[in-house]
Design a protein around this ligand. Sequence first.
Ligand code: MSP
Length: 512
Amino acid sequence: MAEPYYITTAISYPNGRPHIGHAYEAIAADAIARFQRQTGRAVRFQTGTDEHGLKMVQTARDRGVEVRALADEMSSHFKAMCDALHISYDRFIRTTDADHHAASQALWQRMADAGDLYLDRYEGWYSVRDEAFYDEKELVGGEEGVRLSPQGTPVEWTAEETWFFRLSRYQQPLLDLYATNPDFIRPESRRNEVMRFVEGGLSDLSVSRTSFDWGVAVPGSPGHVMYVWVDALTNYLTGAGYPGDMPHWPADLHLIGKDIVRFHAVYWPAFLMSAGLPLPKSVFGHGFLLHRGEKMSKSLGNVVDPLDLAEAFGVDALRYFLLREVSFGSDGSYSAEAIVTRVNAELANAFGNLAQRTLSFIAKNLDGAMPEAGRAEGADGALIEEVVVACAGLKAAFGDLMLSQGVEAWLRGVFACNAYIDAQAPWSLRKTDPERMHAVLRTLVRAIRMLAIAILPVVPGSAGKVLDQLGADARNHDAIDDDGWYDRQAASGFRIAPPTPVFPRLDLPAEA
Ligand code: MSP
């Protein structure tokens, strides 16, 4: 039985359309999911929308629509975005799904049975934008003395009867968790932030609301709906089959943005400890994507629809750029110029040309027949060795969530191929030394196949086409080291058809 691997993204608020930050998270999670599948893990990958809470209620009211209609419409845009970006999710969960209500109520009951829920009056600050309660001491001053949440969002005074969760009980168990599992929160900077927060003391958490009814009903407590983060976090269990069998639980990785680490690294493990359920293995808080170094916001008018970018540049170009450009965990910036420059230099020129020139030369000059062994030289084995090392470097880095470093390792293999072509000049050997030409082309075909397999998680569509052009079916990581592939393929009589270019050069759109 393959070892399970369960990866999730945050579930997004469908109070508006998806933006490039949402796309970034989905693409990163997809690359990790595809990579883990390639290494033979039984992957389950979940994403979706977080549809309850006051923010949804208020947005619907402002737009004059029913909240369910807003959720239905916007959730469908998130799903369409995932499909357009080739996000290979197993389930797109909506927190309005019936099984999710049942799972949330089951978890609630377990926390109640543990004696961790009690009814009291909550008085304090709430940010609707963050859907978060804040202590007085956390607030910061905005313009004209207006108080804001630490995220810079408006807060309002709230007073109502609510259920409380005894979070204070879990301070020490949480600190022990962070101490014994250094990888529970990554990257390290976020881990330090969370530890400082928990060391500062934890107040009990208000976990139900009575002022609106758009949410999961609290079992046995008419008039109360769960605080949106309680049901939102539970989505990870719902998707794993809770309260039934959960072959994929605990999750291996919750991939989320840095703004919501506290919910995942403090509240979530505390809820699970209370319910007596195993804890996720790791929470990774990625950085924020900025536009030309600035935060994206409606007022700055720099919010970009990810589908427009995918349309302008291509899905794989966008995926490649985001994973290559941004050091995973840090903030990163994008602009049309940066996408065009990066993609042209590395995908179109370096890898695309390598594949296109090699395959079309074979199609044209060898009638598509796989080159023969010819006369090998030391440089051939040396190149293959460099490519093996590059692919292994990608594998090690991706296994450690160092995505941009993984792509860099891969590029070293691509550059080595280009240096080899320059040195061996196979095109000019056709007349002077066909034996040697065969050996060089054979080496290149082997290298291109390995590099295409390794980069599949990043650019699945285009790397898949290169592999199709080579008739290479096996696409797991193990296949990279299959030294016998070439000779079997040649013996099968496979012929390379004149290829169409897979990685087009991009032009800067006129309005950029
Ligand atoms: N609904 C909550 C998450 C609940 S998870 C149980 C939420 N939704 S969100 O729509 O605001 O954000 C969804 C994800 O997108 C979060 O991980 C968030 O950090 C991420 N991003 C939102 N803006 C972003 C950028 N500009 N850049 C990168 N990621 C960003 O929070």
